[in-house]
Design a protein around this ligand. Structure first.
Ligand code: MN
Ligand code: MN
Length: 465
């Protein structure tokens, strides 16, 4: 082999040279990637709402010996605890060898996803068709949500305080629902509208039936027939919708995508993909140096407000309990803690290349994206991790052999967005975003690379170790 030139040697020494994991990883690791993603797909299919994500996670925690956290109790290194916030958000922790006064390692992801929520008075009939009225949740491109099969998930709290869980449309034997769209033949005017107006929010009416109740006296007999079916199945009456949380979500399962099975197509990668990677690292943490704190937050897609979103103090309150049990102040714990805000970022899409800046965008298969800052315009609303924090994470990832990349959410002034990072950082915690690059983010069918999913898990494992 010819000797390397001085330029080639200098290049190796001085320049960055990112590699596609499809080339980089050995066969054994690629097999581990496939195995890991089988578990992830099962998680996706069972966790289509934040409540279901909590339920599935609780089952997994049991297998790993987690017990409910008790404030004031003394824990030993290696002890595993959890606490659930209103069935929609949760915190898991593995006690570290060092006192919490020296800081903890926080991994925060969100388990809510964009979807169509039923309105408080959803049921109506028109032209002998029965519908549920909805109010969309999170940032969606409305035209993507018509003419696809939808399933209903959620909970109905009855007047007597009892509640029923609802899941209809996931099992192939069950019916599904949909929002109808206009046929192209008659869509001459619709097709001229801007895409934001082609389908309007008040057109998100989910078709749920067309058979009238067999009685010639009552009015709105299709609606009545639906209500009768719901009463027979769940024992609910129309006013029970007032105290319900029912959501329509895409009714299909997660599938391998691509002839090479290198990707996964599914609803809800944002952010269950990071939640799952984070969860697996948390479950497998054994006697970590620093206490690991894994947070599953709700309401991220609507701005992290509410008691179960990360603008609430449920994380801080948990950390305060940890601090008090060891006789330290929570503010000292927070000041020495580090947080990875585990959320997805946009992957470069050749079909829409003009929204990205090629040198500072994330690519599929190049590993989790470390995002120093988010926000929009002149970094408005960003956490912007400091250079020291980036340096700290860089060292951890490189030392563990994690393949990772950096990326901004689009080019300057193309738009923008944020994560829970700034809400954790507001408690005086060093925080930075790290997560899986996604294609078609917030669409009913999002795409991720399996290698990226696995490497995000390896990144969290290294951070927690
Ligand atoms: Mn997200
Ligand atoms: Mn999102």
């Amino acid at each position: 082999m010819a000797e390397k030139s001085k330029g080639e040697l200098l290049q190796e020494q001085l320049m960055m040279d990112p590699k596609n994991m499809g080339e980089l990883l050995d066969d054994e690791t690629l097999q581990a990637v496939q195995n890991f993603c089988e578990g992830y797909k099962k998680f996706l299919d069972r966790a289509k709402t934040e409540r279901e994500a909590v339920d599935v996670t609780l089952e997994m925690l049991e297998q790993y010996g987690y017990v409910p956290f008790v404030a004031g109790k003394q824990y030993r290194p290696g002890d595993k605890v959890y606490t659930v916030n209103r069935g929609k958000a949760m915190i898991m922790a593995t006690m570290g060898r060092r006192p919490v006064a020296e800081g903890v390692r926080i991994g925060a992801s969100h388990i809510d996803c964009p979807r169509l929520d039923l309105k408080p008075r959803p049921l109506f009939e028109e032209a002998q068709l029965a519908y549920f009225k909805t109010h969309y949740y999170g940032g969606i491109k409305k035209y993507q949500w018509t003419a696809i099969p939808l399933a209903l998930h959620g909970v109905i709290v009855k007047k007597d305080g009892s509640s029923v869980k609802v899941t209809i449309g996931e099992d192939p034997s069950e019916p599904v629902f949909c929002v109808t769209d206009l046929l192209p033949h008659l869509a001459k005017d619709q097709m001229k509208l801007p895409m934001t107006e082609g389908i309007k929010g008040e057109q998100f009416n989910i078709l749920i039936g067309c058979h009238p109740f067999r009685d010639d006296k009552a009015s709105e007999r299709v609606k009545l027939n639906i209500m009768n079916l719901l009463f027979e199945k769940y024992g609910v009456v129309e006013s029970d919708f007032l105290s319900a949380e029912l959501s329509a979500v895409p009714a299909y399962p997660a599938r391998d995508l691509g002839l090479d099975r290198s990707m996964i197509g599914s609803y809800g990668h944002d952010d269950r993909v990071c939640a799952y990677a984070n969860l697996m690292a948390e479950l497998e943490a054994q006697n970590p140096e620093y206490t690991t704190v894994t947070v599953f937050a709700d309401k991220e897609e609507t701005g992290s407000s509410g008691a179960t979103g990360l603008q609430s103090w449920f994380l801080r309150d948990f950390l305060e309990d940890l601090a008090q049990a060891e006789g330290c102040q929570v503010r000292h714990l927070l000041a020495r803690s580090k947080c990875l805000s585990c959320d997805v970022n946009a992957a470069f899409d050749p079909a829409f290349s003009d929204v990205s800046e090629r040198r500072n965008t994330a690519y599929l298969n190049y590993g989790p994206v470390l995002t120093k800052y988010t926000g929009s315009g002149g970094k408005s609303g960003t956490n912007d991790a400091d250079a020291e924090m980036v340096g700290f994470i860089r060292r951890i990832l490189d030392d563990a052999g994690v393949v990772w990349q950096t990326g901004e959410l689009g080019k300057v002034d193309a738009g923008g967005g944020g994560t829970v990072a700034k809400y954790v950082a507001a408690h005086n915690v060093d925080t930075i975003d790290l997560g899986v690059p996604v294609l078609s983010m917030h669409a009913p069918y999002e795409v991720v690379s399996k290698c990226d999913v696995y490497m995000t898990y390896k990144a969290m494992e290294a951070f927690y170790r």
